[in-house]
Write a protein that binds this ligand. Structure first.
Ligand code: IPM
Ligand code: MN
Length: 345
């Protein structure tokens, strides 16, 4: 019989609440012969305050043994900025070599978006996940003085760029429209820009049936708002991908619906699924958070593990649920119950 051995990291703020709903829907959608085992890891702000630890090696090793990871949200105003981000979230992405940060955007029915009523919007951003300015290369000179100098170095390797570009081409080829857009800023960031564009053009030659396009990141932000239907698959670096996926979420239904997967396509390490949104400490513990982004992340998790039918059931349930939303506020729990009911039914 089949089984899923899942590591669960609820993390901070609304992370706890939304992950509980994600697990509820996961339990409801799985066929009876699939055995789900979950282990919860107490990581995040509370742990850091208690022990000073972000992600001890022993726990990193333990998490590594799971089939996949479900993560809620990391970050709290009581912890200095960057400590948990780098010590926990980015540490997981880097240690497990999550070089494909997959962030789909779909215009769901009946959502509060400036783009409501537009032709179908359905694109996916393949954000590089292990390089760029996220590597922590850089430094500060004469810190805190009027002569302070800060550098933040973007690392781009031929190996790292090629593997994510290849992944994006394969994804584009598997979709009906077969279109891939490279987003960068090669008019200013000429060194990294050259590596990305050169690699993109080289791999493109192996995919003659995929239509290609290039946009500078600033121009891409215009098209996200004025012409989002032009996008199918987008490939971009870690920081550009961070920024444009928040924009993409905002224009296609809000950050409450944006799901993501931090994927290691080789299977060498467990992939990690999380909502794009953060820990929202301002509404934490009030049952106000929309768990839909986490529930859609569970769909990505299932698809990654080969449960396509179950993933699709969750996505259809979300569509149907959104179509019936009438603006009445529902609690986190109520939304989770409604979606669990739909996928079970
Ligand atoms: C995201 C977040 C993270 C990122 C932060 C919390 C480090 O914004 O997942 O998009 O920048 O990748
Ligand atoms: Mn972000």
């Amino acid at each position: 019989s089949r089984s899923i051995n899942l590591a669960v990291i609820p993390g901070d703020g609304i992370g706890q609440e939304v992950v509980a709903q994600g697990l509820k829907v996961l339990n409801a959608v799985l066929p009876e012969d699939v055995k789900l085992e979950t282990k919860e890891y107490d990581l995040g702000a509370r742990r850091w305050h208690r022990t000073g630890e972000t992600l001890p090696d022993a726990e990193l090793e333990a998490v590594k043994e799971h089939d996949a990871i479900l993560l809620g949200a990391i970050g709290d105003p009581s912890v200095p900025s960057g400590v948990l981000e780098r010590g926990l979230l980015l540490k997981l992405r880097f240690a497990f070599d999550h070089f494909v940060n997959l962030r789909p955007s779909k215009l769901f029915p009946n959502t509060a978006t400036p783009l409501a009523g537009r032709p179908e919007i359905d694109f996916v951003v393949v954000r590089e996940g292990t390089e760029g300015p996220y590597t922590g290369n850089g430094g500060s000179l004469r810190t805190g003085t009027p002569a302070e100098v800060a550098t933040e170095v973007s690392v781009n390797t031929a190996y790292g760029v090629e593997r994510v570009v290849r992944d994006a081409f394969a994804r584009a080829q598997a979709r009906p429209r077969k279109k891939l857009t490279l987003v960068h800023k090669n008019n200013v960031l000429v060194f990294a820009g050259h590596l990305w564009k050169n690699t993109f053009d080289k791999v493109a030659a192996e995919y003659p049936d995929v239509t290609t396009d290039y946009l500078h990141v600033d121009a891409a932000t215009i098209f996200f708002v004025t012409q989002p239907e032009r996008f199918d698959v987008i490939v971009t670096d870690n920081l550009f991908g961070d920024i444009i996926t928040d924009l993409a979420a905002a224009v296609t239904g809000g950050i409450g619906l944006a799901a993501s997967g931090n994927i290691n396509p080789t299977g060498a390490f467990p992939s990690m699924f999380e909502p794009v949104h953060g820990s929202a400490p301002d509404i934490a513990g009030q049952g106000k958070a929309d768990p839909t982004a986490t529930i859609l992340s569970v769909a990505l998790l299932l698809r990654h593990l080969g449960y396509e039918a179950q993933a699709a059931r969750i996505e259809e349930a979300v569509s149907a649920d959104l179509a019936e939303r009438d603006g009445t506020a529902r609690t986190t729990d109520a939304i989770g119950d409604a979606l669990a009911g739909r996928v079970a039914g």
